[in-house]
Design a protein around this ligand. Structure first.
Ligand code: CTP
Ligand code: MG
Length: 472
């Protein structure tokens, strides 16, 4: 192996016993991808990582073997996992000692060791680690402790250490190759099973106490999947993280056939306007064009006509929705039915009718939810619970459809005719513009991602003031 400087070691040799899913937790899916896939992606697409080692039990190697088939631009190797976390690291070091010993500067090689169970590690953390490795030989990633940490034996408190000195340890943990190898050599000699430490920094501290371990700032979002309650937390972190989706060059829309249900007003209309500007072939459908999405036949015939004219359909976006604010018991039954028919049944109909076209084009289906979906509140019982169903539907379909991307946009309060009808005049500075939300929909449409629940909020606009220019 030549020109290797930075090696990522992904520890995926665990069984996930505390989670108890009957399979290792690194295979659990978030935002359309397995936990392990997210971790592979972040290292694969990081330009400075030269080699990726995945440590995983022989019994489970088929899954990563299939995942990495399409990763052709970087070398990824599978190494057998050990009985303990430290033994898994040891096996990776053994692999390296057999395969990189011929390189002169091997002592200088950087190892970036990361838990497969932390799918939200950011490029920023990896950058920080690599930078710190220029001046330090060992690095831990950690965040300051928030809770008071108590030391106790047999349920009796021994001490309450000062919180200012306490951190929660995360990964990556990074080392110069030789530093870690020497420590493991001593550990193995002392304790052949290497089963007394929970992580690599702990082992280094024990066997090479003279090597200072520098702390790099982690992120609370870099959370480890450990117990059942971590699943909804990590799901939500994925939703929050993707709010900063990058802007794309909208010239990429040229020639794409885009169908927007609810495309004759509000956000849908703005999507059509932007896409037209960049020479997409757009179709705006709504009741005004005699397409009632609560009727499957209406959608089928509309899509059939479009496919006949264009020969394909690349992107289907559903922006149609109705809002009727009231207490459930005061809402007439015909309105309840209409809300369900348009906001939920309509989405199911669009999904069913579009699949055959999107399957052919390897395209994308996009739904719209509302920020009210995550918290039910007074007068929104029907609307927001239906919007919660849309998020759930997106996650389910992105899992069911391997060849069609399915995503969902979740805008906060947006200035649209629907909003004005329900809320009257509001301070426009507190609302998102339909045009901005439309630009985020198109960024998502060009992103090639699936299973994304993209929250768009006013705060995010301010944070990303310089990044959303692209055509929006
Ligand atoms: N790990 C490993 N080899 C082991 C044990 C753990 O590579 N023998 C990895 C896990 O796959 C995980 C990381 O180390 O990515 C952190 O370990 P942990 O959270 O303890 O994961 P599991 O051991 O899989 O979970 P559990 O302890 O609940 O069984
Ligand atoms: Mg474990």
């Amino acid at each position: 192996m030549k020109n290797i400087k930075n090696i990522a070691i992904i520890l995926a040799g665990g069984k996930g016993e505390r989670l108890g899913l009957g399979k290792p937790k690194q295979f659990l899916k978030f935002a359309g991808k397995m936990c392990l896939e997210h971790v592979i992606d972040i290292f694969y697409y990081h330009k400075k990582i030269d080699l990726i080692i995945i440590v995983i039990n022989a019994k489970w190697q088929e899954i990563p073997k299939n995942i990495i088939k399409s990763y052709k631009d970087k070398k990824i190797v599978l190494v057998e996992g050990g009985d303990t976390r430290n033994y898994s690291t040891y096996n990776a070091l053994e692999y390296l000692s057999k395969n990189i010993d011929s390189i002169e500067s091997k002592d200088d090689i950087n190892l970036i060791i990361h838990d497969a169970a932390r799918p939200l590690v950011s490029k920023q953390i990896i950058d920080n680690c690599l930078e710190a490795l220029q001046t330090h030989k060992a690095i831990d990633t950690a965040i300051p402790a928030i809770d008071t940490i108590i030391e106790a034996k047999n349920n009796i408190i021994d001490s309450i250490p000062k919180r200012d000195n306490l951190y929660y340890g995360q990964t990556p943990q990074c080392f110069k190759y030789k530093i870690l190898k020497d420590a493991y050599k001593k550990a193995k000699k002392d304790n052949p099973k290497i089963d007394t430490f929970s992580d690599d920094c702990g082992l280094l501290l024990m066997y090479s106490p003279n090597v200072p371990i520098f702390i790099v700032s982690g992120e609370s979002i870099n959370h480890k999947l450990t117990k059942l309650e971590d699943i909804p937390l990590i799901d939500r972190f994925f939703q929050l993280r993707t709010t900063s989706i990058q802007s794309y060059d909208y010239r990429l829309l040229s020639g794409k056939v885009i169908v927007v249900f609810g495309g004759t007003s509000g956000i849908g209309e703005e999507i059509i306007n932007i896409a037209n500007k960049y020479n997409a072939k757009t179709y705006a459908l709504s009741r005004r064009t005699n397409c009632d999405i609560s009727k499957l036949k209406n959608i089928e015939s509309a899509l059939k006509n479009i496919a006949k004219i264009e020969g394909k359909i690349d992107i289907v976006i559903n922006m149609s929705g109705i809002l009727y604010k009231n207490h459930l018991i005061n809402t007439p039954q015909f309105i309840i039915n209409e809300l369900i028919n348009v906001n939920y049944k309509g989405a199911l109909n669009i999904a069913k009718a579009s699949y055959r076209y999107l399957h052919k084009s390897k395209g994308m289906l996009m739904f719209a939810s509302s920020s009210s979906y995550s918290r039910g509140r007074e007068e929104y019982s029907i609307y927001s619970s239906l919007k919660a169903a849309i998020v759930n539907l997106t996650q389910a379909l992105s899992d069911e459809w391997r060849d069609v991307a399915v995503n969902c946009i979740v805008p906060e309060r947006t200035l649209t005719p629907m909003r004005i009808k329900n809320f009257g005049k509001e301070n426009p500075n507190t609302l998102l513009s339909a045009k901005y939300v439309a630009s985020k929909c198109l960024d998502l449409a060009l992103s090639n991602q699936t299973g994304i629940i993209l929250c768009v909020s006013k705060n995010i606009i301010n944070e990303n003031a310089n990044t959303h220019g692209g055509g929006g």
